[in-house]
Design a protein around this ligand. Sequence first.
Ligand SMILES: Cc1cc2nc3c(=O)[nH]c(=O)nc-3n(C[C@H](O)[C@H](O)[C@H](O)COP(=O)(O)OP(=O)(O)OC[C@H]3O[C@@H](n4cnc5c(N)ncnc54)[C@H](O)[C@@H]3O)c2cc1C
Length: 444
Amino acid sequence: MEKVAVIGAGLAGSEAAYRLANEGIKVDLYEMRPKKMTPAHRTDKFAEIVCSNSFGSFEIGTGSGLLKQEMRLLGSLIMKVADRYKVPAGSALAVDREKFSQEITQILESHPNINIIREEVKEIPENYDYIIIATGPLTSESLSKEIQRLTGSEYLYFYDAIAPTVDAETVDYSKGFWGDRYGKGTGDYFNCVLTKQEYERFYEELINGEQVPLKDFEKAVYFEGCLPIEEIARRGKETLLYGPMKPVGLTDPKTGKRPYAVVQLRKENREGTLLSLVGFQTKLKYPEQKRIFRLIPALENATFVRLGSIHRNTFIQSQKVLLPTLQLKKKPNIFFAGQITGVEGYAASSATGILAGLNVARIIKGLNPVVPPKTTMLGGLINYITTPKEELQPMNPNFALLPELDIKIKDKRKRKEEKAKRAIQDMRKWLEQIKTVEVGGGFG
Ligand SMILES: Cc1cc2nc3c(=O)[nH]c(=O)nc-3n(C[C@H](O)[C@H](O)[C@H](O)COP(=O)(O)OP(=O)(O)OC[C@H]3O[C@@H](n4cnc5c(N)ncnc54)[C@H](O)[C@@H]3O)c2cc1C
């Protein structure tokens, strides 16, 4: 009988182990807590949610809402328990975190096919046929070194310095121009132009914007040369004009002159539906980011699909090392799941756990591993993290990840609704096609 290990009983590891166990496969589930705690976890419970108790919106017209609906179709343990212990929170799915983790722990501990091992995995064990690594953003140091050995050290990142990303459709292209510095490149940057007056107003708001305080274990990040934009700004009124907002090498075709300041937007995906603000990693609070970055004229009405942050976060460069089936290219019997793959947040992390578990189960049953259609939110996310690009920055579920519809719909909300309908339909169809493995399974 094949030996299977899941490392990490967080959100992704719990989903993966549960899926495997329900397919009749025996699993060793490793969890280092409580013997060794991460800097963020507080309990010995599985699937502990470390910060907010919200899984985000449950509205199908939001990326996170759609993903959660897909997860239900996939038989997600996390969703079933979250739905059971939800607490009122408007349009968000918030849970009673203690009851939630308690129940997940109890389900996994009492499952006849799951053997719990409360130990830190320091080396990738050799005695398993299949391993799923789901150790999350705070993977222990020894295992991180092992992962570096496996993937190549340049492919494991220890923090993310995320710049905000906007929906390309919501940028006002009349307030800037496409073009690369010194005319080099292929014109992939959109330069948002600011006059002196606009820059000065932006600068004042930026340096006075409210920041998220750094956690103790995150402080080191600051000294690794990854400065938030507001920190650069605080060094002097003109510093940004020589840094991320420098206009050198750029000529505005409308005026024939160099702009006073620019903010460059760069395509985040091949389709160009997502644009990120180059060099704008930030610790500003989310509402502050929206308020302040909308002072950039081209972004006045922009929709931010992801806001900036600087976090401790261990994640691999999946676009280089992982197959869309979540298998390591170099060693396809090793799978990665959860936030360590470069997806972001509770729901997305859990969802990749289901896929990893499903794929190990399929391989053991002599079937091919599978990937959900790109038109689904899970498929869109997997496509995003595994599509070649120079650098992967973590991504949360959002509609810009999904391909356009066959028909043009002007109204944004309607368009999202149609994309969501298509996603659910395609997920159902896909599940029908791959039915050879039972979905869902014995949950009391
Ligand atoms: C400080 C902080 C705040 C966050 N706030 C939010 C938020 O508000 N909303 C949100 O959606 N997301 C938030 N996140 C992200 C969130 O934690 C992840 O999206 C989610 O928990 C990831 O799930 P996971 O299963 O990949 O990892 P985790 O849930 O972290 O699970 C990984 C598990 O692996 C275990 N582990 C690690 N190393 C080893 C080892 N060597 N051997 C054995 N076990 C090991 C850990 O103890 C842990 O139980 C936050 C992250 C951090 C660090």
